[in-house]
Design a protein. Structure first.
Length: 157
């Protein structure tokens, strides 16, 4: 009886720990397998090619990016979208800094970043609104370069 109880306790603990450690990468893997889901991943080699053909200012920004992953559930069933929303809202933001949260006409957008020593190592944009999607950029991007890029693209706004 004691052995059975300990076995169940260890099994429950393992399940709870694995459930609690779900990450945005796990979310992408899980939902990219759904029918009508679109998942695009641009790896390191493609990013190097993009850097070679980019303009000088853009190349400096692209240089720090190792990979870009985009998951779109726009064409998925409502059940899939709702499951994505629920799981995305339950994910731990441990190690990530909330940069912005925006709600606008059916979109609920969160922008998160993992920042170490003035460098962005991971940048996540997640929309849990009407057209759920997740964009994840991995690399080592200088914060000053990111600020410059944002200011260039928001001058006329």
């Amino acid at each position: 009886m004691k052995k059975t109880f300990i076995t169940y306790l260890l099994l429950a603990g393992t399940v709870l720990v694995s459930y609690a450690q779900k990450d945005y990468d796990d979310l992408v893997l899980q939902f990219s397998a759904q029918p009508a889901a679109e998942h695009i991943r641009v790896g390191n080699l493609a990013m190097r090619l993009a850097q070679a053909f980019a303009e000088k200012d853009d190349a400096r920004f692209i240089k720090g990016i190792r990979s870009v992953s985009i998951l779109s559930l726009e064409d998925c069933d409502l059940n899939v979208k709702e499951a994505f929303r629920q799981q995305a809202q339950r994910l731990s933001e441990k190690g990530l800094e909330l940069m912005a949260e925006v709600s606008d006409q059916g979109d609920q957008l969160r922008i998160l970043a993992e920042v170490h020593k003035d460098k962005i190592h991971r940048f996540i944009v997640i929309n849990v609104g009407e057209e759920p999607c997740l964009i994840q950029i991995n690399g080592c991007i200088d914060l000053s370069c990111m600020e410059e890029l944002v200011s260039q693209n928001t001058k006329n706004i």
